[in-house]
Design a protein. Structure first.
Length: 370
């Protein structure tokens, strides 16, 4: 899958822009603040329907504009996928895929394999559990369309239960809660099982990548912890729906008082360990950065194998964060495919490809295939 073209109207610093990237490596060079990351963000948005900066949609609309438009076309052989997004300054966005409204965000994610390497990837290791949950859930949705649908259904049921609790608190209707608890326990078990499936596939890759990228010999592992059920093993997955149902029942009175749902995969944690040390609190920043890099490389490899196609890559100012050795080993791990790189210092990018100049919201080809 490759991006054939992308158009932006009223998007961040771009009043109007059309870019037709090369099939291979595309390096966008410019000073900070000229719009390099915004362009890569728009490419990522087309493939995932969300900002990899975690920015709200309203912030994507250029100041003074009523709407932002992102549209483009992905190509895989004779198959094309045209994605169009219209984002108003206020209100809900409008998304079309080949002229029709998609059933869910997962429909796009599963069709357009893309991995983004970002300066903030250290957050995957250093910050709270939501970052690691989102990493697993987004990768699952990219690998298996059904996983995205399961996540959407779970989140919808969670919103409904929370809305009931916020509105009625201790007086919430118990038969109605029974309905939502049954729904949440069934869907929550499916989400947890997907995460375990991914961790089972990721763990050996991460351990090998940790050694390759960081030249370390210590073993790397992951532990899944449920907020309500404690540390979980694969053997615990049988009957998970019943276990979640019991935990929801136990927590019900407290949930009614707090007016929120405190049990379920939305509260779970994935603990990353090197030689049984928690990476979040007992590792150097070099170790943390190597593992964060390994998480992205492992996602790339899994998508390539499962989809039988090389994912597109976004490398947003990544090489400035890496020493030359890690930069070289990263490039060796990511052969072929369409790549989008942003940099303020061109000499730091160890990749050959088309060079683009970015300046004051304008993008122009400078050198092709060099």
């Amino acid at each position: 899958m490759e991006l054939g073209w992308i158009e932006l109207i009223g998007y961040r610093c771009y009043p109007e822009l059309r870019v037709e990237p090369a099939p291979g490596v595309n390096v966008f060079v410019g000073d900070n603040g000229t719009g390099k990351t915004s362009l890569l963000e728009a490419i990522g948005y087309l493939a995932s329907l969300t900002s990899f900066r975690s920015s709200p949609d309203s912030s994507l609309v250029q100041r003074g504009a009523e709407t932002a438009v992102i549209r483009g076309e992905f190509v895989a052989g004779e198959r094309t996928l045209r994605v169009e997004v219209e984002i108003p300054a206020e209100g809900r966005r409008r998304v079309l895929v080949n002229g029709k409204r998609p059933a869910s965000r997962a429909e796009v994610i599963s069709a357009v394999p893309l991995v983004a390497f970002l300066p903030d990837d250290l957050d995957l290791v250093k910050r709270g559990p939501a970052y690691r949950r989102d990493y697993l859930d987004d990768l699952a949705a990219g690998l298996w369309p059904a996983a995205g649908a399961e996540q959407s259904d779970y989140e919808r049921a969670l919103r409904q239960r929370n809305a009931l609790l916020r509105r009625d608190g201790r007086h919430a209707d118990r038969p109605t809660l029974d309905v939502w608890d049954e729904r949440l326990s069934h869907l929550g078990a499916m989400v947890i099982k997907r995460r375990f499936d991914l961790l089972d596939r990721l763990e050996p890759r991460l351990s090998a990548l940790y050694a390759d990228l960081g030249e370390q010999m210590e073993s790397l592992s992951a532990r899944y912890e449920s907020g309500a059920l404690g540390p979980l093993a694969a053997s615990d997955l049988d009957g998970m729906s019943d276990r979640l149902a019991g935990a929801l029942e136990t927590a019900r009175q407290g949930d009614m008082e707090r007016r929120m749902t405190t049990v379920g995969p939305h509260r779970d944690e994935v603990v990353l360990l090197v030689a049984d040390r928690d990476l979040r609190t007992r590792a150097s920043q070099g170790e943390q950065r190597t593992v964060a890099l390994g998480l992205r490389v492992a996602a790339f490899e899994l998508l390539r194998e499962e989809k039988n196609a090389t994912p597109m890559l976004i490398l947003d100012d990544v090489f400035s964060e890496l020493d030359p050795g890690r930069s070289r080993r990263l490039v060796e791990k990511l052969p072929g495919g369409q790549v989008f790189v942003s940099t303020a210092r061109e000499e730091e990018v160890p990749l050959v490809g088309t060079r683009w100049t970015v300046a004051a919201g304008r993008v122009a080809v400078r050198e092709e295939g060099l």
